[in-house]
Design a protein around this ligand. Structure first.
Ligand code: C2O
Ligand code: CU
Ligand code: CU
Length: 537
């Protein structure tokens, strides 16, 4: 087995030194045998103090993903501490019951630190939820899913190439709660499975192997109003899912698996072609990373019914009540705050610029205690052929790249795909002598990237509602493989935006002023600068 999982050679052993959380419900439960941090259990209304001490030889800070806390308690990258320093967090748990995450948030180091194990779950409970008497104790199981690569010594290896940074860093082994090959021995009764996608980049399409639909009772921000039954559910990095898994009536000895089912459209089309033909220039890293291709069919964990019982709780018809805003209540019904996704050479951007601390634009200044309409869209998706090459200044590089056959390929792709910036930049790389073979291939990939890729967009602060989605005609076929796996009826803080998709959300900005980041939760994208600040003032 992988009992000897150790941090990779280039990284020091890191750990959270967090004080045990005090308070009536503040017990700390461990995930035995895991590299993940302890599961923190908090209660709504509880006042929490956590002393975070860093033993890392590089900057870090902790963010409480999903919790609504003051800006200075939110783990903004500007608050990083150094080796030996302590950051004291004090906040009141304002959230309703739900599953959240703590993870590092230093800019440009998040991917590595999260990968090496600096993360854990936070379960908040409240009175409304307790009254439901949902399965608890041994019948409530956290399922933190991560994919990892291991080197020849069986150590986790985080060594992203430029290609990994563009696509996200994918592993070829699936770990649940920090352990491989998870198998759950269950009784024939209902369980509550609390899913959290803690992967850096991998998106899952969760489904039962025998075709049983998935009954969802909650998402990122807590319980839904009523249960929803779906054929499968999409789970992107940073997203959570509360699942009612009813094994009652199952025979003793029966076995089935929770799988990630096949889907398309998450990665740029061209990347697939690249893998077939483009090995030379890109090196082995890409193949290694795609040993378990994104969108392929693979098991996540196995369930074995080992005990029968006739004593199972019933699924409540009504789960919870929470405030839902209407367009009439938002400050800007006709003028949504834009969150434009763009993919540029060697960069992934929001609103056309890479992250720079405090670089807030007029539309990123939000009056406190308002509710806002936001629109997330692909800024360059679906533009006409040739448009980009003609109008982007970087398009000129594409032409220069044309001196080399490979560079020409990059530039040519671009022209055809209508985005001069990407192909132009990549094509230009073709001048790099010995590198030209590989970079020419990247030019080709750049062409494919014009079709864009999926991004899980996460906004700090309070949870939001997803009120509408729209998809471009060109992407409809791929979209059909994922479209029945979204749950828009609950409160979210991370939303998967598929290629060509436009998503409208309503989000409150209440209680706390200050800088709060929003970013892509494909962590490699975030590290590349696909992050921006909101200044709530
Ligand atoms: Cu899960 Cu900004 O974070
Ligand atoms: Cu967050
Ligand atoms: Cu992204």
């Amino acid at each position: 087995g992988l009992a000897s999982i150790l941090p990779g050679p280039s990284t020091q052993v890191v750990q959270y030194v967090a004080q045990r959380v005090k308070g009536p419900d503040g017990t700390v439960a461990e995930l035995p045998g895991s590299y993940l941090g302890p599961l923190l259990r908090l209660h709504r209304g509880q006042k929490v103090r956590i002393n975070f001490r860093s033993k890392l030889a590089e900057p870090t800070i902790v963010h409480w993903h999903g919790l609504h806390v003051p800006a200075v308690m939110d783990g903004h990258p500007m608050h990083v501490i150094d080796n030996g320093e302590t950051y004291v967090y004090e906040f009141e748990v304002l959230n309703r019951a739900g599953l959240h995450i703590y993870h590092p948030h230093p800019h440009e180091l998040l991917g590595k630190q999260l990968y090496q194990g600096l993360a854990g779950g936070i379960i908040v409970n409240d009175e409304e939820e307790s009254k439901l008497e949902l399965p608890s104790g041994e019948y409530e199981i956290p399922i933190i899913i991560q994919d990892r690569r291991f080197d020849a010594q069986n150590r986790m290896a985080y060594v992203p190439t430029m290609h990994d940074r563009m696509m996200g860093y994918y592993g070829d082994r699936i770990l649940v709660n920090g352990r491989p090959e998870m198998a759950l021995d269950v009784a024939s009764r209902a369980y509550r499975l609390r899913f959290l996608n803690g992967s850096n980049a991998r998106i899952y399409k969760l489904g039962w192997s025998d075709g049983t639909p998935i009954t969802v009772i909650g998402v990122d921000g807590g319980l839904l109003e009523t249960p929803e039954t779906l054929p499968y559910v999409m789970l992107a990095p940073g997203e959570r899912l509360d699942v009612w898994a009813d094994f009652s009536g199952r025979a003793k000895g029966s076995e089935f698996t929770l799988r990630s089912l096949p889907f398309q459209g998450v990665l740029p089309k061209m990347a697939g072609r690249m893998m077939g033909g483009g090995m030379g220039g890109m090196g082995g890293g890409m193949m290694a990373g795609m040993a378990l291709p994104v969108g392929s069919d693979f098991p996540i964990f196995k369930v074995r019914v080992t005990r029968t019982t006739s004593d199972s709780p019933k699924l409540p018809g009504h789960l919870s009540s929470f405030k839902r805003y209407t367009l009439a209540e938002v400050a800007n019904p006709a003028k949504p705050i834009p969150i434009g996704i763009s993919e540029a050479p060697m960069a992934m951007l929001l609103n056309g610029r890479p992250y720079k601390f405090d670089d807030v634009q007029p539309n990123e200044r939000i009056p406190v205690d308002t509710v806002q309409l936001l629109e997330i869209f692909h800024a360059h998706g679906g533009e006409g052929g040739g448009h980009g090459a003609a109008t982007q200044s970087e398009g000129g590089h594409g032409g220069a790249g044309g001196d080399k056959p490979q560079g020409g390929m990059g530039g040519g792709m671009m022209g055809g795909m209508g985005h001069g910036m990407m192909g132009g930049g990549m094509g230009g790389m073709g001048h790099g002598g010995g590198q030209s073979g590989g970079m020419g291939m990247m030019g080709g990939m750049g062409g494919g990237m014009m079709l864009s890729m999926a991004h899980p967009i996460h906004l700090h602060g309070q949870q939001f509602q997803t009120i509408s989605r729209g998809i471009g005609a060109g992407e409809a076929e791929d979209y059909a493989t994922v479209k029945d796996g979204f749950i828009d009826s609950g409160l979210k803080d991370t939303v998967l935006v598929m290629p060509g998709e436009k998503v409208r959300i309503i989000k409150p900005f209440q209680d706390f002023k200050g800088l709060f980041v929003y970013h892509c939760h494909n962590i490699e994208h975030e590290d590349m600068g696909m992050m921006r600040d909101f200044l709530v003032e």
